[in-house]
Design a protein around this ligand. Sequence first.
Ligand code: PLP
Length: 441
Amino acid sequence: MNYFSRNIHTLMNKVRQSIDTQCVQAGYQPQNGGPRQIPVIQSTTFKYDTSEHMGRLFDLEESGYFYTRLQNPTNDMVAARICALEGGVAAMLTSSGQAANFFACFNICEAGDHMISMSSIYGGTYNLFGCTFRKMGIDVTFIDYDASDEEIEAAFKPNTKLLFGETLSNPGVRVLDLERFARIAHSHGVPFIVDNTFPTPVHCRPFEWGADIVTHSTTKYMDGHGTTVGGAIVDSGNFDWEKHADKFPGLCTPDSSYHGLIYTRKFGRLAYITKATSQLMRDLGAIQSPQNAFYLGLGLQSLHVRMKRHSESALKVAGFLKTLPDVEWIHFPELEDDPEHSRQLKYLPEGSCGVIAFALKGGKEFGARFIDNLKLISIETHVADCHTCVLHPASHTHRQLTDRQLEEAGISPGLMRLSIGLEDPDDIIKDIESAITEAHR
Ligand SMILES: *Cc1c(COP(=O)(O)O)cnc(C)c1O
């Protein structure tokens, strides 16, 4: 959903509808006699009548599809739906959430540059920034969600190009103070990029709080059924690249791979996503397949209904967990005595998500026994779909670490990441209850 498909863009912006309606309808309006559902255009390429027309497409002189690595109509319609939900001006799909965060940053940050990220973020993103970006010559400073204004200010360098965080962090479910971080990023002339995977635009629209670019692992709630790995990037169109042209030469100076065109001059508010498509997707090729985009589009049509239920059920289960003597601590921002409850009320007043972080007393061993006795709740390296699942980092993702190393990594041996699905919450509670009883035997 960018320069290549301007038609969808204009169509979409005619009426601003409620988020529930947008989930079902945005991004695709069938023609007279056309398919009601978004059609899967499973085609690598597109046919043109004249060589001259094809040439104009390659020069970005005209919008249109020519090769699915750059754009595909199915992907575009689904991206347009996500774009509408976030309230952006342009969006693109990627093959995974990892690819989305990579493209979102690499589009404006290259060897010799620096960026700032929250430290308690998804492990895969932490590795991307902390290991791979550093190998590519991009320097990263990690800061805490609770960092003071002074600490954040101190992290900025003359070559800093962006500030990155997750609205609700995975797995800690911390709530990012969007407004404050946006203000500080802008005072340093850089955009604020927010991974909005956990709340989805149904529960939070970071653009309304000053974020400039939003990313998603659509693998989670957006798909919602555990079928499809995917990602998305949405641009608000609000960041003024030209005002900080010295920091963003990739957008504001001629691109030699397109006859010297300047993205901001030629594409205006569509510049950022058009560059990410025409350079990064062209060269790195992390495209989503049209069939996967179709599944994602289906998932989006019930997103508003599902998010409400995920969050209500998680609150019920969290309330139950709090009453258990075996629970050492629990973190779920919708609980009234949670330290981040006031931030949740400000940024996610209608609900957060289905993910709960908690720890059981009795350490690693009791945690493992508890998990082994669960029947309805499954053990999975996944979160945020319709199936309730649990992960015990000390036994799974971080199993090589000793108890002491776990503490150093901020993971208590009993920490559980519990993702509440769409089953009856009372059945989930019964499962937890009986697994605790069995674990004590
Ligand atoms: C899962 C996840 C990612 C990575 O997404 P993939 O689709 O697995 O590549 C990025 N950010 C967050 C917040 C996630 O939960």
